[in-house]
Write a protein that binds this ligand. Structure first.
Ligand SMILES: CC(C)(COP(=O)(O)OP(=O)(O)OC[C@H]1O[C@@H](n2cnc3c(N)ncnc32)[C@H](O)[C@@H]1OP(=O)(O)O)[C@@H](O)C(=O)NCCC(=O)NCCS
Length: 102
C-alpha cells in the first residue's frame, strides 16, 4: 500500500490543542491552529504543545509554516519568539510566517 505523504497531526491536552500537517514529500510542515485555554495562558503551555509538534516534524521536515491573523499581536509575538520569521502578506489580513528546521 502506498503511504500518503501528508500526515494530519492533532495534539490534544486538557488545556489546549494543536492541529497541523506534516508533508514528507515536500518536507514542509504547517500548524493550522493552536489554542490554549484562557486561564492557562502565559504559563508555557503553548510552548509545550508546539515543541511536541516541532519534535515530531523535525525528522521529516525542513520548514514549518503558519498563517497568523495580522491583528493577533499576541500570536505574532509568540511565534516570533519560537523562531518564526515574517515571509509576506496573505489574503484577508493574514501573514505568512515560517521557521527553518534543517
Ligand atoms: C498564542 C497562544 C497559543 C500562546 O499560548 P500560551 O500558553 O500563552 O504560550 P506560552 O505561555 O508558552 O508563551 C506565551 C508568553 O508567556 C510567557 N511565559 C511563559 N511561561 C511563563 C511563566 N511561567 N510566567 C510568565 N510568563 C510566561 C512566554 O515568555 C511568552 O511570552 P512571548 O509571547 O512574549 O514569547 C495563546 O495565547 C492562545 O491560545 N491564543 C488564542 C488563540 C491564538 O491566537 N492562537 C494562535 C493562532 S496563530
Amino acid at each position: 500500500m502506498v503511504k500518503p505523504s501528508t500526515e494530519l497531526v492533532t495534539i490534544t491536552k486538557p488545556w489546549g490543542r494543536l492541529d497541523g500537517e506534516i508533508n514528507e514529500a515536500t518536507r514542509i510542515a504547517s500548524v493550522s491552529s493552536l489554542s490554549v485555554s484562557k486561564s492557562m495562558q502565559k504559563q508555557g503551555k503553548g510552548t509545550e504543545i508546539f515543541k511536541e509538534f516541532e519534535a515530531k516534524a523535525r525528522p521529516c521536515s525542513d520548514l514549518i509554516g503558519i498563517e497568523i491573523f495580522a491583528r493577533n499581536e499576541n500570536a505574532i509575538k509568540f511565534w516570533e519568539s519560537h523562531g518564526f520569521s515574517y515571509i509576506g502578506l496573505l489574503d484577508q489580513g493574514y501573514l505568512e510566517y515560517t521557521k527553518q528546521l534543517n
